[in-house]
Design a protein around this ligand. Structure first.
Ligand code: GDP
Length: 471
């Protein structure tokens, strides 16, 4: 905020006159190059000239209040991330109020007897975390690193560690499956220690808790450890003033339209405000808490469901409050244009990359696998897409043509048929028999899965089937 045209010209290397022209085009006055532009105008102008801008939210001088920690669960596949989240969710406020029934909404809040609370992001795994970070969404305060006591430190354990460390997010280790006879928590401690994690038992500052998602043993200890870590971090946020938030999940509701679960980072989100979320915009029609109750505002670290967006945002998108509908539309369309430009640029880079890295014979032997991805929620769509792309190699090119939230539709089948693609459905119900029939007739394979690992295995087999000569 507070950048003048002169400063903007310096930053972007574009002439003042040209900048002023753009400013007039976006409907602003360009009287003086020394008067600071509004942050929205600065963003619009920067987008026009192809420069990336980041909104810095200064909390200088604002009153800060303590806020709960936001926690993400990470770890190797099958070490119990989902199970742990399931049992934690059952102890959440929502589950208590609703008699144990809970919905997957992207986040939930666990309230301790002391009155303190912890917000958990309800999407396990690294893809979601990386996708959020890639969008600059530093939502997570603490990472719970899950390691199975009967298995030990595995590649994705190390990956999770490096994700957390590079994001400077402290880790609390949960050694899971301690109920198993073959559990050997000591061994895990030694392994983690030798990977450079400074465990508290050995004089470091990383807490370790032994748990079992199956018997629920140690869950209270884990929650205490998280509270302690949060206390050490002295997490605070501005309560008053315009809000900034991040989307953790988005879904389409038949009656209510696009719904986004967002976690407020600072300020207070209010009903009726105009917002821009990623490249979408809207006016907040209602705000609901995790119990589905309508509230009038969302406060820091509180997951809320926002209704009133015109389109479906993506996990990691930022929510910014703007002054008017016109401003919201303008920013949204500006961002959409920029996204499209970036996408085209990436697509052409992708081409070049493939051509560069392969000589003629290997180009022709590279198997292209066009895929349409459908999943239950936006967070999963991303996780699945990222996971599928991890199959890319010098021999395989996974080409994700289209992604979407919801069940497999006729138009998905049409697209798949047109492109010779297969369809991946993740955490969604089987399509109606008419769709299945249409797919079969068009010779389109549909893969339905609920576990990434199983999906990758089957797609791997499918690739081998399609290209028998390949290793
Ligand atoms: P994720 O891939 O990390 O999300 O792992 P899951 O939560 O899907 O768990 C993988 C498998 O381990 C499942 O069969 C779970 O039932 C099992 N599991 C998870 N936690 C525990 C535990 O504490 N004890 C035992 N015995 N099994 C567990």
């Amino acid at each position: 905020e507070g950048m003048t045209v002169v400063e903007l010209a310096k930053k972007t290397g574009v002439s003042i006159r040209y900048l002023q022209e753009i400013i007039i085009n976006v409907g602003e006055k360009a009287d003086s190059e020394f008067v600071p532009l509004s942050i929205d105008t600065a963003e619009l102008v920067a987008m026009e000239v192809g420069v990336n801008v980041k909104r810095l939210h200064s909390d200088e001088g604002a009153v800060l209040q303590p806020r709960p920690a936001v926690v993400t669960v990470m770890g190797h596949v099958d070490h119990g991330k989902t199970s742990l989240l399931d049992v934690l969710r059952k102890t959440s406020v929502a589950a208590k109020e609703a008699g144990g029934i809970t919905q997957h909404l992207g986040a939930f809040v666990v309230e301790m007897t002391s009155g303190a609370s912890i917000t958990f992001l309800d999407t396990p795994g690294h893809a979601a975390f990386s996708a959020m970070r890639a969008r600059g969404a530093a939502v997570t305060d603490i990472v719970v690193l899950v390691v199975a006591a009967d298995d030990g430190v595995m590649p994705q354990t190390l990956e999770a560690m490096s994700h957390a460390q590079s994001a400077k997010v402290p880790i609390v280790v949960a050694i899971n499956k301690c109920d198993k006879p073959s559990a050997d928590p000591e061994r895990i401690r030694i392994q983690l220690g030798s990977e450079g994690l400074h465990l508290e038992d050995l004089g470091g500052d990383v807490q370790v808790v032994e748990v079992s998602a199956k018997t629920k043993h140690g869950l209270d200890k884990l929650e205490e450890a998280l509270l302690l870590q949060a206390e050490l971090m002295d997490l605070k946020a501005r309560i008053d003033g315009p809000s900034q938030a991040y989307v953790v999940e988005a879904r389409l509701d038949r009656g209510r339209g696009p719904l986004a679960t967002a976690i407020v980072k600072s300020g207070t989100l209010l009903c009726g405000q105009y917002i821009v979320v990623g490249s979408e915009w809207g006016r907040i029609r209602s705000i609901r808490d995790m119990l589905g109750r309508e509230t009038t505002s969302g406060r820091p670290a509180m997951p809320v469901e926002i209704e009133g967006l015109k389109g479906l945002p993506m996990a990691g998108d930022d929510v910014v409050v703007v002054a008017s509908e016109e401003r919201a539309r303008m920013l949204s369309s500006g961002r959409k244009k920029k996204l499209e430009k970036d996408r085209l640029l990436k697509a052409s880079e992708g081409r070049i990359e493939i051509d560069d890295t392969s000589d003629e014979t290997s180009t022709s032997s590279r198997v292209e696998l066009p895929i349409v991805v459908k999943a239950d929620v936006q967070g999963t769509v991303q996780a699945v897409t990222d996971a599928l792309k991890s199959l890319n190699s010098s021999q395989v090119f996974v080409n994700v043509l289209h992604v979407g939230v919801g069940s497999i539709s006729q138009s998905d089948v049409d697209l798949a048929q047109a492109c010779g693609a297969c369809i991946v459905g993740f955490s969604i119900r089987s399509p109606p028999s008419s769709i299945t029939l249409a797919a079969t007739q068009a010779n389109i394979k549909i893969f339905l899965h609920r576990v990434i690992y199983h999906l990758l295995e089957e797609i791997g087999n499918y690739i081998v089937e399609k290209a028998p000569g390949m290793v």
